[in-house]
Write a new protein. Structure first.
Length: 166
């Protein structure tokens, strides 16, 4: 279990952080995921890679956490912690940077498209593995990936980033 945790905890944390966008919740999810893995290790059938299995568990737990969080009322402290997304001069300058522009454009994608792009490009999962993690057919993954790329190209062009990376 220690070796499994050592190899995968960073990947699980980063994936959950991208989904829930809250470090403390993502850290809690790591504990929950590996506790479930410990309890359900006998249920792992080896039909996929261990990382695929872990990310599928993480996704389920993250979506559950997001549902719970939407049900919680917004208090003054939480409302004050919500960042203002309007552009200030610093942000305007930062958007000219290619990597910042790409990050901004990725957040403009729908959650379904962002999730597919995240798994394929950042976690280097195959279409088959993504289909298993997300629980949708492979052709749906391919379709979402096609439209996500198309939308991302449009967003990058609008942000002033031309095709062809330097």
């Amino acid at each position: 279990m220690q070796v499994l945790y050592g190899r995968h905890h960073v990947r699980v944390f980063r994936f959950s952080l991208r989904l829930v966008r809250n470090e403390s919740i993502a850290e809690d999810l790591i504990s929950e995921v590996f506790l479930d893995v410990w309890r359900q290790a006998g249920k792992f059938e080896g039909r996929s890679a261990v990382s695929t299995w872990l990310l599928a568990i993480t996704r389920f737990k993250a979506l559950s956490a997001l549902r719970k969080r939407k049900d919680a009322e917004l208090d003054d402290e939480t409302a004050a912690a919500i960042e203002d997304t309007s552009d200030n001069p610093e942000v305007a300058v930062a958007k000219k940077d290619t990597s910042n522009a790409l990050r901004n454009c990725l957040t403009a994608l729908s959650p379904e498209h962002r999730e597919i792009v995240d798994l394929v490009y950042y976690h280097e999962k195959s279409v088959e593995e993504v289909a298993e993690i997300v629980g949708i057919p492979e052709n749906t993954v391919k379709t979402r990936l096609f439209y996500a790329r198309k939308k991302l190209a449009e967003l990058l062009k609008a942000a002033g980033v031309e095709r062809g990376w330097p």
